[in-house]
Design a protein around this ligand. Structure first.
Ligand code: NAD
Length: 494
C-alpha cells in the first residue's frame, strides 16, 4: 500500500495551507469544481489545491487505469483528494477509476450523509437526516469471479473479521463524534449465516463499547424498504459493500437532493471526497449543473482536515442560498424564487458566507473529534483448526443428470475414512433422498467428510481416484472445524 510522505496534520488550528489533490473530472466536473474552489477561496479555507489529471482524456491517451503517471505522487504528498465526477468510457478494457482508488488507497469507509432540505427542496420526507456508512473494500467487490462450468458463473463474497471491525468501529466513532444517537446495522445474516453472521457478531461485540449509542440490527431487505418509506427513523446506518452501494442510492433519491449530496471515502492514510452524482454529460458546458454535491463534499473534506469552523461557514451559506429560494434547475419547486446557473449559484453561496440559516438546522462547528476509529485490532486467540474433509465441485451432465449415478461413481472412488456424505445442486440436496422435481444444473457439490481429522495427502489421494473415474472436478473447498465448530454451512441452502 502507498504511504504518505508528509502526513497531513489533523488540527483545529489552521495551518498556512493544507495541500489537497484536486481532480476536475469530466462532463460537468470542471464547472462544478471551479464553482466549489471559488467558494473555498472566498471562505478562507486553508487549502492549497494541486491539480491531478484523471479521467476520460487519460483513458483516451491509452492509460487503461485512467490516471496520469504522476497522479500517485500527488496523492502521496497530500493524502487528500477532492474529486469531480469522471466519465467511464463505454466498452471493455477500462478499469473503474473509483474502484482502483478505493482499493489502492485503502479507503475502507464510504460515508454518505443524506438529508432533506424541506420545504426548500421538494421531498416526501422532510425529517430525513441519516448517514450511511458502507464498507468499501470487501464483499462481492473483491472481483474474484470464475466461469466454473458451461452453465455456471461464480462471484466470491469475502468478508473478514478485521474488515468488519474497522467499519463497525468507524460507524460508532462517527456517531459519537457527530452527536448521533443510534447506529443500525443492516445485513442478510438469516441467509448468509457465516459471512453476514460475522458482520452481525462483530457489530454486537463492538456496540457494547459504546453504551451511550443505541445499537440495532435489521435484515437488509426490510431495512431498505423502511429507509424508502420512513427514513426519519434512521440515524447512522452501517452495512456491507453491496448493500451499502444500493441503499445509499435509494436514500439519496428519497432525500430528493441527489445534486446536493457529497460523500467521503476514508482510509487510514488517505481520504477522497466527491459528489455522489456522475459527470452528467447531458449538462456539460451549459452552466446548468448544481455544484451543491461537490460543495458538500468539500465541506466533508474540511471537517476531515479538522477545519470545522470554515466547513460550517460554507454549509450554512449553502443552506441560506436554498432558504432564499436561489436554486439550480434540478431542485426547483414551490419555494424557488430564482433559477441560477452553476456560477451564479456559487456566487450566491459566497454572498451568504457568515450568515446562519433561519429555518433549516444550522451546521455547528462544535465537532472536535475526527470520526476516525481508534485502531484496536482484536487479538487473535489460539484457534484449533482441523481438516475433516472436502467439498468437491464437478461439471457433470452424463446419465440424464441422475444424482444416483454420480453418487455410485463417487462411492467407488471414495476413501474408506472419507466417505461421500451429500450431493447438492445449486445448494439444494439431491442425494441422498433428493426429489425428481428439483432442477439440476451441470454444477455439483459433493461432500466427502470424515468423523476424524484427515490430511491434505488424504484429499489429494481422493482427488486422484476421482480423476481416474473420468470426472471433471472444477474446484474444492476444504472442510475445517475451528475449536470444534464447523467452518462450513451444514447442508442445503434455505
Ligand atoms: P449522472 O449522475 O451523471 O446523471 C444522472 C442524471 O442526473 C442526469 O439527468 C443528469 O443531468 C442529472 N445530474 C447529475 N448531476 C447533476 C448535477 N450536479 N446537477 C444537475 N443535474 C445533475 O449519472 P449517469 O448519467 O448514469 O452517468 C454519467 C457518467 O458519469 C457515466 O460515465 C458514469 O460512469 C459516470 N459516473 C461517475 C461517477 C464518479 O465519478 N463518482 C459516479 C457516477 C457516474
Amino acid at each position: 500500500m502507498l504511504t504518505t510522505e508528509q502526513p497531513v496534520q489533523m488540527t483545529d488550528t489552521p495551518p498556512a495551507s493544507i495541500p489537497v489533490s484536486v481532480v476536475y473530472g469530466d462532463g460537468i466536473g470542471p464547472e462544478i469544481m471551479a464553482a466549489t474552489l471559488s467558494i473555498l477561496e472566498a471562505a478562507g479555507a486553508p487549502v492549497a489545491p494541486h491539480e491531478v489529471r484523471m479521467g476520460e482524456a487519460l483513458y483516451r491517451e491509452g492509460f487503461t487505469s485512467g490516471f496520469a503517471p504522476d497522479a500517485w505522487d500527488s496523492l502521496r504528498r497530500t493524502g487528500v483528494l477532492l474529486k469531480a465526477p469522471i466519465t467511464t468510457p463505454q466498452g471493455g478494457g477500462y478499469k473503474s477509476l473509483n474502484v482502483t482508488l478505493r482499493k489502492t488507497l485503502g479507503l475502507y469507509a464510504n460515508v454518505r450523509p443524506c438529508r432533506a432540505y424541506a420545504p426548500y427542496v421538494p421531498t416526501h420526507h422532510p425529517e430525513m437526516n441519516l448517514v450511511i456508512i458502507r464498507e468499501n473494500e470487501e464483499d462481492l467487490y473483491a472481483g474474484i469471479e470464475h466461469r466454473q462450468t458451461r452453465e455456471v458463473m461464480q462471484c466470491l463474497k469475502l468478508i473478514t473479521r478485521p474488515g468488519c471491525e474497522k467499519i463497525v468501529r468507524y460507524a460508532f466513532e462517527y456517531a459519537r463524534a457527530n452527536h448521533r444517537s443510534k447506529v443500525t446495522a443492516l445485513s442478510k445474516d438469516n441467509i448468509m449465516k457465516m459471512c453476514d453472521g460475522l458482520f452481525h457478531t462483530v457489530f454486537d461485540e463492538i456496540s457494547d463499547e459504546y453504551p451511550e449509542i443505541k445499537a440495532e440490527h435489521q435484515i437488509i431487505d426490510i431495512g431498505t424498504a423502511r429507509v424508502a418509506a420512513r427514513p426519519e427513523q434512521y440515524d447512522v446506518i452501517v452495512t456491507l459493500n453491496l448493500y451499502g452501494d444500493i441503499l445509499s442510492d435509494v436514500a439519496a433519491e428519497v432525500a430528493g437532493s441527489v445534486g446536493l449530496a457529497g460523500s467521503a471515502n476514508i482510509g487510514e492514510s488517505f481520504a477522497m471526497f466527491e459528489a455522489i452524482h456522475g459527470s452528467a454529460p447531458d449538462l456539460a458546458g451549459q452552466d446548468a449543473a448544481n455544484p451543491g454535491g461537490l460543495i458538500s463534499a468539500a465541506a466533508l473534506m474540511l471537517e476531515h482536515l479538522g477545519q470545522h469552523a470554515v466547513a460550517a461557514r460554507i454549509q450554512n451559506a449553502l443552506l441560506c442560498a436554498l432558504e432564499d429560494g436561489l436554486h439550480t434547475r434540478d431542485i426547483t419547486g414551490p419555494h424557488t424564487k430564482e433559477v441560477l446557473g452553476t456560477h451564479a449559484f456559487a456566487d450566491a453561496v459566497i454572498e451568504r458566507l457568515g450568515r446562519t440559516p433561519q429555518h433549516l438546522p444550522a451546521v455547528k462547528a462544535d465537532v472536535k473529534a475526527r470520526a476516525m476509529p481508534v485502531r484496536k485490532p482484536s487479538t487473535p486467540a489460539h484457534i484449533d483448526k482441523q481438516l475433516v474433509g472436502t467439498d468437491v465441485f464437478f461439471e457433470w451432465t452424463d446419465s440424464a443428470r441422475d444424482p444416483e449415478v454420480l453418487a455410485a461413481t463417487l462411492q467407488e472412488a471414495q476413501l474408506r475414512d472419507i466417505p461421500l456424505k451429500m450431493i447438492t445442486n445449486r445448494g439444494v440436496k439431491v442425494w441422498p433422498g433428493g426429489l425428481p422435481e428439483t432442477f439440476k444444473s451441470d454444477h455439483w457439490r459433493c461432500r466427502f467428510q470424515s468423523d476424524t481429522p484427515v490430511t491434505h495427502g488424504d484429499l489429494l489421494a481422493l482427488l486422484i481416484r476421482v480423476h481416474d473415474k473420468g470426472l471433471d472436478f472444477i474446484k474444492t473447498e476444504h472442510l475445517y472445524t475451528f475449536d470444534g465448530v464447523p467452518g462450513y454451512s451444514l447442508g442445503q441452502g434455505q
